[in-house]
Design a protein around this ligand. Structure first.
Ligand code: SR1
Ligand code: MG
Length: 397
């Protein structure tokens, strides 16, 4: 039972995770417990403990002091565990039904003990397997609208908002995004990872000064616009789903950033499915894109009308200006995500899982072309209907 008394950081094992759960009185009988390490992400250990008799489970997530995807040569703050737990709690104040419940946290061990969501599937995995999750976009649209609006200056006293900006200062994890999303894919650096067959296309990206100028502007927004408490890594691998439920997990990249970043990352990760699906199945995902934005706008507008503290909110053009900016920014951020997940360090299974090399390369070229177009022409896209036509045009040409 040393795990709770030593007061020093140590990676958990299956045994010590069970001891911890018993010490925390989350279970009574050690004999009935089965524990597995199920972490398949880039950064953390994740223990799933189940009491087979009582049919009850928990998750213990522990931050490792390095990025698992690269190894111990890439040290990474374990403070991200506290950021994640606090983000779950803060976002949970506004969307408790869309995030896991947090049972316990421990800064020293860098752990968060939370609700077992093993009855759900990671949305990326389900979507790749052909699931359609009819409520996914309404739920994520609601999550985005409420978490972004209610953590912004529009809903908070300026002192409270600035306290939160400080509390969620997350420089190391932001640096990963600054490098992996906004910088490295646009330069010839070692962290990039792509097939030989993409070399010419990638070289075109590296040489494209207009594209790089637009990416520089988007990166500047990410660095400087402290608008709302973001999830910070809202891809479909950070979402659990079923036909009826959606839970957004893993906000370890949370920080105060531009409204459009989370929206754009979610758009891009839906777009990977638009690229790999065809016919009616493709249309299902295009409908999800449309629905996400529709619900986001509706709930953001309702919240604004009900709870906005900003005296200028009464100026008629102000809200349409804010929503227009979020939309344009999110298309630009989506473009960066499409490119980085195709040629950067961290890929997505939607594309990498395509076994036929010709089909895979074609899908990746489409993602790069669409990503580039999103970044360059984001200001010319007028609303979701126009964006959907723009996507269709760029993937079919
Ligand atoms: C080293 S971390 C690589 C990627 O995994 C995370 O989920 C983020 O998307 C990050 O960019
Ligand atoms: Mg993650």
């Amino acid at each position: 039972m040393a795990v709770l008394t030593e007061n020093t950081y140590k990676p958990l094992t299956v045994e010590s995770a069970i001891n911890l759960a018993i010490n925390l009185q989350l279970f009574t009988n050690k004999e009935n417990l089965v524990c597995k390490e199920i972490g398949d992400g880039n950064l953390n250990l994740v223990f799933h403990i189940v009491d087979n008799e009582k049919q009850k489970g928990i998750i213990i997530k522990q931050a490792l002091p390095y990025a698992k995807v690269v190894g111990e040569s890439w040290p990474l703050t374990i403070h991200r565990s506290e950021i994640e737990a606090n983000a779950l709690k803060t976002h949970g104040e506004f969307v408790s039904h869309l995030v896991p419940k947090v049972y316990h946290t421990d800064k020293t061990l860098a752990i968060t003990v939370m609700e077992d969501l093993s009855h759900l599937t990671i949305a990326r995995t389900g979507l790749i397997d052909g699931q359609n999750y009819p409520l996914l976009s309404s739920h994520v649209g609601e999550y985005l609208a409420k978490t972004l609006f209610y953590t912004s200056d529009y809903a908070l006293h300026p002192f409270k908002k600035k306290d939160l900006v400080k509390q969620f200062s997350n420089p190391e994890l932001c640096k990963i995004t600054e490098d992996l999303v906004f910088t490295d894919p646009f330069f010839d650096v070692d962290t990039n990872d792509f097939e030989e067959e993409l070399k010419d296309t990638v070289r075109e990206i590296w040489k494209d000064a207009s594209l790089k100028f637009e990416v520089a502007k988007l990166k500047k927004q990410f660095l400087t616009e402290t608008e709302a408490l973001l999830h910070g890594d809202l891809h479909t691998g950070s979402i659990f789903a079923s036909i009826t439920e959606t839970k957004v997990i893993d906000p370890e990249f949370a920080f105060y950033g531009p409204f459009g970043f989370d929206v754009g990352q979610f758009f891009a990760n839906l777009i990977f499915q638009v690229i790999v699906r065809t016919g009616e199945q493709r249309q299902v995902i295009l409908n999800h894109l449309e629905k996400t934005w529709d619900i986001f706008q509706t709930i953001f507008t309702d919240s604004w009308q009900k709870d906005c503290l900003e005296p200028f909110a009464e100026i008629e053009s102000y809200l349409p200006y804010i929503l227009g900016k979020i939309f344009t920014d999110s298309i630009g951020f989506a473009g960066c995500e499409l490119i980085r997940r195709t040629i950067g360090l961290s890929h997505v299974k939607d594309l990498d899982g395509i076994t036929d090399i010709k089909v895979r390369i074609a899908a990746k070229k489409t993602a790069l072309k669409l990503g580039r177009a999103c970044i360059l022409y984001r200001h010319k896209i007028n609303g979701m209907e126009d964006y959907i036509s723009f996507i269709k045009q760029n993937i079919n040409e």
